[in-house]
Design a protein around this ligand. Sequence first.
Ligand code: PHE
Length: 343
Amino acid sequence: MQEIFDKANTIHEEIKGATPATAEEVEQFRIKYLGSKGLLKELFGFMGQLPNERKKEYGQLMNTLKAAAEAKLEELKTAFENGSISNKEIPDLTAPAYQFPLGTRHPLSIIKNRMIEIFSRIGFTVAEGPEIEDDWHNFTALNTPADHPARDMQDTFFLTDDKQWMLRTHTSSVQIRKMESEKPPMKYIFPGRVYRNETISARAHCTFHQVEGLYIDENVSFADLKQTMLYFAQEMFGRNVEVRFRPSFFPFTEPSAEVDISCFVCSGKGCPVCKHSGWVEIGGCGMVDPAVMENCKIDTRKYTGFAFGMGIERITMLKFQINDLRLFFENDIRFLKQFESAV
Ligand code: PHE
């Protein structure tokens, strides 16, 4: 009879000293002591073997044991909740999620999107055209004479021997497609890939990207073009940037200009980015040549327009101060990952 009391006391000590450390061990503890086939149940079963005068004492001991086991469970539960014991089996629902290894946007995409965003704020809509072009859209309709150097095999990737099909050499071909298929007013930007038969170097590649702009309406003037370029330059490179227009030549614009911005790195004082000139070139532009509009059956007595073309690589290299164009096409992840928090 005393053994029954002894056993109960031993179990009481066991309960008090138990240190389950994981969710599984806590559950084992519960099953072992409080489960329907647990030790406490078994101990209660001994009641019948005891003489009546000790039953009350045993009953009280049993209650103490049960309370101790329950208190222990409660204590463990709180320890889990406040994190003082780790829980390896039950996932911690309050933990932050695993990070998915997300890719990063290519620097050219970052800048292309930025350019689209800047121009769309002043009413330009994005449109696209094919990369495989015919002679009409890439050259002839753009007023480009037969002896123009761009029509040379050394400059253009022709796809047919008769030079009627080629990889477009500029996004200006999309101007023609839009002017042929729509009536003014029109205000578009054409982002896209272009191809030139160039030797690959730090400054040139056989494929690169441009954003072309075209605005045709009544009374569009060179002043509108200048203001648009100034707006873009300041949105992209900073409010203090100035623009300068150098007379230039393109077969499809008249007059034509090259657009420079004051160096946003040294504010015009001279540094390696602007090669100590204080200015950097960002693109070409001009008033759409009336001959080009007439090729597309647009009434030149009523409408005028401007166009511009900028290299996305060039703007990106300036913006991020990248000195080798080839980096854009090598897909070296160490390079590509540097721009995720940029802009
Ligand atoms: N198409 C020209 C180029 O690729 C850029 C340009 C576009 C110039 C529109 C004037 C107007 O160099």
